[in-house]
Design a protein around this ligand. Structure first.
Ligand code: NAP
Length: 281
């Protein structure tokens, strides 16, 4: 039976991957950042020697997209160098990457073989991670995903609900389109990729369908019955340190890529799974 080691196990995705492994009956050990710093080669080798996993799922990352603009070296150490360390550590690796490796200028959805051209420091470090993983061996699986929301992390759904409550009106960009993805759906897919040894190379794994951030916000308010004045805005009016792709819709063309349910189903699943404490905030 496959034994998994989940690194970055205390993060939003990592927590759901451990739950997904448990429900799939797959033996998994999770190590949080405090328990394993994946940027230390010595610490990674000691953890592999101790846990003896068949597959490592890498949920560890620098995920502060705007912060990476002024700290690219520190983001590179985690998103790129550490991914290479994990890929060279022995066991097969399922590595998580991002839609932000694309520039966003394509008309239509991005497939696995489309040219990459990241526009942000975060995207560059994540692309370098993909390249180091691929250089280590073609056997590793790289799962590009997008627009994550889950019960164990700060996410767009909670931000929208908080802003609606605090301000009663919310403006959201309508000119960035992507695939909102519930981490619980993604986690099931990662466990599936981990247990399928023939699934090497790049996979696009995101919620089915697509929408803009404005469309996502509208669905959140509708599903929760939140009364709020929601208006569309543009990226030019809502400037952030890191540029985001205008279009980062991901399409899976590989038959061996696990398909995720529609993003609206993910939103409903998330809303039902939200801790009661969060729901009453
Ligand atoms: N969130 C999104 O919308 C999104 C979209 C596309 C792709 N992704 C990718 O999905 C993956 C999971 O992201 P997430 O949303 O679950 O992020 P997250 O909640 O920020 O989790 C990342 C985890 O990595 C840990 N970490 C950071 N540096 C580490 C190190 N040196 N060693 C070990 N652990 C370390 C963090 O711990 P500390 O917090 O204690 O530092 C955190 O627990 C990442 O690869 C990310 O790039 C995310």
């Amino acid at each position: 039976m496959t034994k998994l080691l989940v690194v970055g196990a205390g993060g939003m995705l990592g927590c759901d991957v451990l739950r997904a492994a448990e429900s799939a009956g797959v033996d998994a050990v999770g190590l949080t950042h405090a328990e394993l710093d994946v940027s230390s080669e010595a610490a990674v080798s000691a953890a592999i020697a101790k846990v003896q996993p068949d597959v490592v799922i890498n949920c560890a990352a620098w995920t502060d997209v705007d912060g990476a603009e002024s700290s690219e070296e520190a983001a590179f150490a985690i998103n790129a160098t550490a991914a290479g360390i994990l890929a060279n550590s022995g066991p097969r690796l399922v590595h998580v990457s991002t839609d932000y490796v694309f520039d966003g200028n394509k008309q239509g959805a991005y497939v696995e073989s489309d040219p990459v051209a990241p526009q942000s420091a975060y995207g560059r470090t994540k692309l370098a991670g993909e390249q180091l993983v691929a250089a280590a061996s073609a056997d590793h699986a790289i799962a590009r995903t997008a627009w994550l929301f889950g019960v164990d992390g700060a996410n767009f759904v909670e931000t929208m609900l908080r802003l609606a409550e605090q301000r009663g009106e919310v403006s959201v960009v309508d000119d960035q389109v992507g695939c909102p993805t519930w981490t619980a759906h993604l986690a099931d897919a990662l466990v599936e990729l981990a247990t399928n040894p023939a699934s090497g190379g790049i996979h696009h794994v995101a919620g089915a369908g697509s929408t803009s951030w404005f469309g996502f916000a509208a669905a959140i308010f509708e599903a929760t019955g939140t009364a709020v004045a929601l208006s569309p805005t543009t990226s030019a009016e809502f400037i952030r340190p890191a540029p985001r792709p205008a279009n980062s819709v991901l399409e899976a063309t590989r038959p061996d890529t696990p398909r995720l349910p529609d993003w609206r189903e993910g939103l409903n699943g998330y809303l039902a799974a939200r801790p009661a404490a969060v729901r009453s905030n």
